[in-house]
Design a protein around this ligand. Structure first.
Ligand code: 7TS
Length: 410
């Protein structure tokens, strides 16, 4: 199995042939977005060349073809996450829209002083929608705090009580790379009759995620972080929960009957997909899932573990680099946030760019976490299946020179 991973995946990704600042592109910003294999680009191009029509809206052949491609993509997502039916799969714009939809549509069921529990390491997308409904309905927004190793201490789980109505947590932190024990959190949430929302934006591209195994009530992710196109995301929800939720966006294709002063809405999932669907995105997402499944998530995970171990080991040898997050690499995915002593993360990232390396610097849309860690910002590198050991060597070489660029002796 692992042999397959020795194949040069870079050749499947046209953009990786690009030179940046005269150097080979070393793309290490995969937590922000991933590059697209030729099969995904071709599938999108084929859709527009041969099948484009408005789905669900016409009796003509192209509309029927577009509908069928859209449904095929839902089937692929359903199988990928082991959902029960395609009725549990809603296509949105991205994880952010999925979370906004959830907060809006679930808020009817919340009463004053009900508690919503998040982790301090959440992305703003998994904080702000809940914050808004908490303010509007006088709910209590509470946080699980992590320890200095980036893990959740046992005592923090006691915050999940009968007052907790909903727990929403990322399976993998986009800053620290921590993989949180979602199955355990989901079990405790359900023992307390709380709903569990899993933000799988960072985990699903890299780990096998089975909604039944983790017993997620809802799960969200974005295609663009898993080799698919931008502009399409997924909201998975257990059917009986979705059935009781009001729609978020209103418009075409989500209604049953519309009168001058009243309307009734379509069944799930159509109720949650107002307006013309993103068929191009769905086709691209299916091609991305096909590509990932051909390689196998286990192989991808093993490959990234190898890269992360090597990168962490080499970075720790550089005395002026501080790495954040779990040092127990079993608890971490392929995301490494760090700082270089005395040098602003934006300067580090700019210098890395001159070596052809794409990294990210900033607060990573996680200001509460950064404040909690007493940091303003950090540099972040994040890996995917097309990265290799040479990429890490280029990174380490550049990091060894970063301080010299700015006039420090070493
Ligand atoms: N949740 C997590 C855990 C994320 O990392 C991100 C994006 C989102 C939600 C939102 O995803 P979107 O597709 O709706 O934008 N994270 C990042 C990042 O770390 N760098 O750029 C985007």
């Amino acid at each position: 199995m692992i042999d397959k991973i020795k194949v040069n995946f870079k050749e499947d990704f046209p953009i990786l042939e690009k030179k940046v600042n005269g150097r080979r592109l070393v793309y290490l910003d995969n937590a922000a977005t991933t590059q697209k294999p030729k099969s995904v680009i071709d599938a999108i191009s084929d859709y527009y060349k041969n099948h484009n029509g408005n789905p669900h809206r016409g009796a003509h052949s192209l509309s029927v073809e577009a509908t069928s491609l859209y449904d095929d993509a839902k089937e692929a997502v359903k199988n990928f996450i082991n959902a029960d039916s395609i009725d549990e799969i809603i296509f949105t714009k991205n994880s952010t829209e999925s979370l906004n939809l959830l907060a809006y549509s679930l808020s009817e069921d919340f009463k004053e002083n009900d508690e919503i529990l998040l982790c301090i390491s959440e992305h703003h997308s998994n904080i702000l929608p809940w914050m808004r409904i908490a303010k509007e309905k006088n709910l209590k927004l509470k946080y699980i705090y992590i320890d200095e190793n980036g893990s959740i201490p046992e005592s923090e789980y006691e915050k999940i009580t009968k007052k907790t109505k909903l727990v929403s947590i990322a399976q993998m932190s986009n800053v620290l790379g921590t993989i949180y024990p979602i199955k355990k959190i989901s079990k405790i949430a359900h023992e307390n009759d709380a709903i569990i929302v899993v933000d799988a934006a960072q985990s699903i591209p890299h780990l096998k995620v089975d909604v039944k195994d983790i017993d997620a009530d809802f799960l969200v992710f974005s295609a663009h972080k898993m080799l698919g196109p931008m502009g399409i995301g997924v909201l998975y929800g257990k059917k009986h929960l979705l059935d009781n939720m009001p729609p978020f966006l209103l418009g075409g294709d989500m209604i049953e009957y519309v009168y001058e002063n009243d309307a009734t809405f379509a069944e799930v999932p159509f109720r949650f997909e107002a307006g013309t669907q993103n068929v191009e995105g769905a086709v691209g997402l299916k091609a991305a899932i096909d590509y990932i499944e051909k390689i196998g998530l286990q192989n991808i995970e093993a490959h990234e573990k190898m890269l992360t171990e090597y990168a962490v080991k080499e970075m720790l040898k550089i005395p002026y680099i501080e790495i954040y997050g779990p040092m127990d690499l079993e608890k971490r995915g392929g995301i490494i946030s760090f700082n270089v002593k005395d040098i602003h993360p934006h300067d580090v990232s700019t210098i890395l760019d001159s070596y052809g390396i794409a990294s990210r610097a900033g607060h990573h849309c996680c200001q509460p976490l950064m404040r909690y860690m007493n940091l303003n910002s950090s540099v972040r590198v994040s890996f995917y299946l097309y990265n290799n050991m040479e990429d890490i060597d280029v990174l380490i070489d550049a990091l060894k020179n970063v301080r010299k660029w700015l006039g420090y002796g070493s």
